[in-house]
Design a protein around this ligand. Sequence first.
Ligand code: OSB
Ligand code: MG
Length: 369
Amino acid sequence: MRIDSVELRHIRMVLVSPFVTSMGTEYDEEHIIVRVDGEGVTGWGESVAEGTPFYSYETVQTAWHILRDFLIPSILGKDIKDINEAISLYEQVRGHMMAKAGLEAALWDAFAKSKNSSLSTLLGGTRKKIDVGVSIGIQSSEKELIHKVEGYLQEGYKRIKIKIAPGNDLQYVIALRREFPGLLLQVDANSAYTLNDIDLFKKMDSYNLSLIEQPLGYEDIFDHSKLQRELHTPICLDESIHSLDDTRAAIELDSCRIINIKPGRVGGFTESKLIHDYCASMKIPVWHGGMLESGIGRAGNVALASLPNFTLPGDISASKRYYREDIVEPEFVVNPDGTMDVPVKPGIGVEVNMKMLDKVTVRKEIFKI
Ligand code: OSB
Ligand code: MG
């Protein structure tokens, strides 16, 4: 496919409620929408770099710079036979996984549409529906958290993840366990603790959590192996995993027993698939993380999560859990049985609502040959 033009849009979407984590409070979400046009086909992707460098060093501005000055020039005007060829054209660029993943996603959508295949099928997906969960930010009280959880369970969500931070941790786990003894429950610390907090995690160990996500340093693999040794609850790594190599190190060191895959964090669907396949061969379950994506990024996540080793419910929730109005049609919904349908139409399988997209766009740039 010859790449005729690439368009970048900096978008800002207001969250239905603030999202509080150990990294701070988010009121709205800024991402980059990537549009690729070639041979009459349009592909869409989303780069999940945020407005702030608090989850990752990448931001909308750094991703825009890497896309505009390095990634887009490497593919623009080229006749690319497949995704691997595109990746090889910019493999010289180190890091900047979210910038790369946004472009790769748009190319996957374009290639899938050109083959009249759904993205799920092209990626090797085997499921028509995926199990989904919800990630809940830190609430003002245990009562408030229980109320929120009740609402989400009523909507069908199959598992609950709560954010924790020092001072807002064990009491919430205890409260939820008391109220919902059989609940599939996990916690996410976003790197807020150190090995000095080992006693806290030993206490948490007796509340039957499905996993503890990224308790220690955001680049750490070694200290997590020391913590995992002391716990029965599986540790799951998010922030620390940027590649298949990181995954191998983490699994071989027994730093975690579950992996959270986010295509944005590992440079795209191609690396995500390598991690997925390696984990399957090592009998390590994976699940799909989330970055509060718009419907464009969400569509890609749903397609990837349809691969067979995504055996745990993902952080993939309904559009309305995040935004009053999404930028795709139809919006993503959760079925009463806690599943989400995998789109079957070509590519990402949903239409971009151009009117809504224009409304949330704060900056746009088009690159042509
Ligand atoms: O750590 O998983 C995380 C959102 C932004 C940055 C990091 C994380 C998250 C979430 C939200 O937990 C998950 C979702 O999109 O529903
Ligand atoms: Mg996380």
